[in-house]
Each structure stands twice: as structure tokens, then as C-alpha cells.
Design a protein around this ligand. Structure first.
Ligand code: 8YV
Length: 325
């Protein structure tokens, strides 16, 4: 965008973003950056947004009906630095005439890599082993020591076969895994690549030695992995969640981990982040990461550029490519 400095739109950027993204923001916008990366409270966010045209937030800021009602009319677009947008009440956004965009595609590889890490880490007891070494508690070795589960050749069930789910399936095929999936609609054969489609989640679960969650949070998927659904898994299954904590009922998850219904769980996204349920922390059979699914350098740059592409399109008078509301 080439425009005079005085006419440049003002953008509130809620978190510290990569240098290359800051550079592009500084070139094209009157950017209100947050180099210290201090988390905005709700009130501070509303106050900071009073004289801006756009906001570029992360999933750490919540845009509820109350927040939308307190934003000035001048704020016309929320260009998220995230693919997930469950932190934004899209109905409220529509009601208040605010456009919302996300950053799909650019983080599919990173999130799929993390998913494989979660599956391997959980199945091979990586967290337990690492803690043993670091604590100085590793004293001996025997064939019975730290025995986990193999991944190769097992059945993997994927809930939500969008871009991330499909990329996970591609990587899992390198482990010769048999791919099952449940999605609202069946994929075309070129995307399905021989994976077995189940028209209900309940139908798929008994086939999942490994289960990986990749669905959005909606009224339908909130708490979808509840006690009844965990019960449908084969005994000793492994769960991976790099999507959102809200798709899991934590009480049911803890029970399944304690009873052995689940051999282990690898988790990157939680209910009530960053306050992880203490019961999950206390268990040996959890492999826990702090929501770093897309946290690699290349992906962070790409997410920022994608969010900026959406802003650029809007302020050039067009429709942003990744509009979700
Ligand atoms: C992001 C994510 O790092 O994009 C998403 O939906 O969950 C993460 O990978 C985060 O949301 C950035 O705001």
C-alpha cells in the first residue's frame, strides 16, 4: 500500500509480532504496536481501540458482545493473527458491522507437525522420560523400562478433516497409519487418499488407536469428547489435541486417563488457558505443550503477512480473502 502517512489507517496490534511483520505494519499503517507484549485486559483493550480503524489481535484477546458494544464505530475490521476465531463472537461482529478475518492455510504444516509430536510424545512417554532424566531419577535400564506404544501401522482417527486434518493424515501416512476421519461432508477422492470416512463420530471412535482433534469450536463441537465418547474408543487409545481445549470435557478426559481407557494424551490446547487443569499436570500419562502448535519462525511471519493481506484488501476497498464474518 502506498499512501501518505497522514491518511494511513490506524491499526491496534495487540501482541508483539515478528520483526518482519512489524516492518510491514510500520511501512503501510499507523501501527500501535505492543513491543513489550503485555497482555491487554478487556478494559485496556477497549480503551486502546477508541481511536483506531482496525485491530490485529491474537486468540488471547476476547471479542464478546460487550466488547463490540464498547468499540467505536470507527473500528471496521478485526484481522486475526490466528486461524481459530472462537475468541470472537462472530454474530456480535456482524451485528455491529465489523468484518472479521483469520489466517488459514499458512499454519497447517506447523500444526500438523505439532500433532505428530503430540502423538509420538504421548505414545512413547516422552514427558515422563524427560522428567526422569532431568530430575536425576534415571538409575537403571531394563527391557521393561519406559515401554510405550508404537505408532507405525496403527489406526488414526481424525475429527475434522480440514486443512490441518488433511496435513496430519499426509504425515501419518509416512508411519503407514490407517486413516479414518469424521467430517460433516465426505472429501473428494483426491483429498481423501484412501482414508475411511465415517458419517458420525460415534461410528469412527471404535476404530481409533489414535484420535486427533482438528475441528473448530462450535455449539456442536463444544465438549464433544465427553465420557460417552471416550468410552467408545478402544482400550488404551492415544489422544492428541492441537485444536482447542473446549472440544474436550476435562472431567471425562481425566477419568479416561486414570482408568487406562486412554493410554496417554498429548495436548497443546486447553480449557481456560494458560491455567491448565492441575489433574492433567499431575498425571504421568500426559504430554503437555503450551499452545505452540504454530509456533515456528516461518509460520509466525506467514500468519502476520496473511493478516496484513486481509487488512490491505479491506483498506484498498476490496473484500479480504479470509473473511469469516
Ligand atoms: C496461534 C492457534 O498461535 O491460529 C490459531 O488458531 O491456535 C495458534 O496456533 C494463535 O491462535 C495466535 O493467535
Amino acid at each position: 500500500m502506498a499512501d501518505t502517512a497522514s491518511k494511513r489507517p490506524t491499526v491496534l496490534v495487540t501482541r508483539r509480532l515478528p520483526d518482519a511483520v512489524h516492518a510491514r505494519l510500520a511501512r503501510d499503517y499507523d501501527a500501535r504496536l505492543n513491543p513489550e507484549d503485555k497482555l491487554y485486559t478487556k478494559d485496556a483493550l477497549i480503551a486502546a481501540a477508541q481511536d483506531v480503524d482496525a485491530i490485529m489481535p491474537c486468540h488471547t484477546e476476547h471479542f464478546t458482545e460487550e466488547v463490540f458494544a464498547k468499540l467505536p464505530e470507527r473500528v471496521k475490521i478485526i484481522a486475526n493473527f490466528s486461524v481459530g476465531y472462537d475468541h470472537v463472537d462472530v454474530e456480535a461482529a456482524k451485528k455491529h458491522g465489523v468484518i472479521v478475518t483469520n489466517t488459514p492455510e499458512v499454519l497447517s504444516d506447523a500444526t500438523a507437525e505439532t500433532t505428530i509430536l503430540l502423538m509420538l510424545g504421548a505414545a512413547r512417554r516422552a514427558s515422563e522420560g524427560e522428567r526422569l532424566v532431568r530430575s536425576g531419577g534415571w538409575k537403571d535400564w531394563s527391557p521393561a523400562f519406559m515401554v510405550g506404544l508404537g505408532v507405525t501401522g496403527k489406526r488414526l482417527g481424525i475429527l475434522g478433516m480440514g486443512r490441518v486434518g488433511q496435513t496430519v493424515a499426509d504425515l501419518a501416512r509416512a508411519f503407514r497409519m490407517e486413516i479414518h476421519y469424521h467430517n460433516r461432508t465426505r472429501l473428494s477422492p483426491d483429498k481423501e487418499k484412501g482414508a475411511v470416512w465415517h458419517d458420525t463420530l460415534d461410528d469412527m471412535l471404535p476404530h481409533c488407536d489414535f484420535l486427533s482433534l482438528h475441528c473448530n469450536v462450535t455449539a456442536e463441537t463444544r465438549g464433544i469428547m465427553n465420557a460417552a465418547r471416550f468410552a467408545l474408543l478402544p482400550d488404551g487409545a492415544v489422544l492428541a489435541n492441537a485444536a482447542r481445549g473446549a472440544v474436550i470435557d476435562d472431567d471425562a478426559l481425566v477419568d479416561a486417563l486414570k482408568s487406562g481407557k486412554l493410554f496417554a494424551a498429548g495436548i497443546d490446547a486447553y480449557n481456560n488457558e494458560p491455567n491448565v487443569d492441575k489433574r492433567l499436570i499431575a498425571l504421568d500419562n500426559t504430554f503437555l505443550l503450551p499452545h505452540i502448535g504454530s509456533a515456528n519462525r516461518e509460520t509466525r511471519d506467514a500468519m502476520g503477512f496473511r493478516a496484513l493481506d486481509n487488512l490491505d484488501a479491506y483498506f484498498a476497498g476490496g473484500t479480504p480473502g479470509d473473511r469469516v464474518a
